[in-house]
Design a protein around this ligand. Structure first.
Ligand code: MG
Length: 168
């Protein structure tokens, strides 16, 4: 059984994961508008992952007998200056999500809620990957700078990303 505090925080996290999907779709749209379909595909798949995260929290709340409560979403932003700017903003966003996961874990530990801690462990590992994935692209884009050849090579590489639902 979830405490009211934990239930509210988990419902808030469903909102944040859905907002992440919303945010990444705005990034997808930026790249589509700038004729970089591979980058757009990367953020399309990223959005699908975020929706999966939201569903994972959703399922956990309902399986632990809590009431899922959805609220209106905010869009963290939709104006981007360059591919590099997009990935920098995506990294800042993932760092915010990591802090949120740690906050949830702090409450679960404080309340000795072991099932929630176990569920959150998956997200703690996932956030390492999420931040690293964005950081990797930032390093490459900083190297590429304004070289169109480099940009199109990276675009071709990102076109290959597909969504595979994680096993856990
Ligand atoms: Mg997420």
């Amino acid at each position: 059984m979830l405490s009211t505090k934990l239930l509210d925080e988990l419902n808030l996290q469903i909102k944040y994961e859905l907002e992440s999907a919303h945010y990444y779709m705005a990034m997808e749209a930026y790249f589509d508008a700038n004729d970089l379909p591979g980058f757009a595909n990367f953020f399309k798949v990223q959005g699908q992952e975020e929706r999966f995260h939201a569903e994972k929290f959703y399922n956990f709340v309902y399986e632990t007998n809590g009431k899922v409560s959805l609220t209106a979403l905010d869009l963290p932003g939709k104006d981007f200056d360059s591919p590099l700017d997009v990935f920098k903003k995506a990294l800042v966003h993932e760092q915010f999500i990591t802090k949120r996961i740690y906050h949830l874990m702090d409450i679960a530990v404080e309340e000795k809620n072991y099932t929630t801690q176990s569920m959150l462990n998956w997200f703690i590992d996932e956030q390492v990957e999420e931040e690293n994935s964005m950081r990797e692209k930032i390093v490459i884009l900083e190297r590429i700078q304004d070289n169109p050849n480099g940009l199109y090579m990276l675009d071709a590489q990102l076109a290959a990303r597909i969504f595979t639902p994680p096993v856990a």
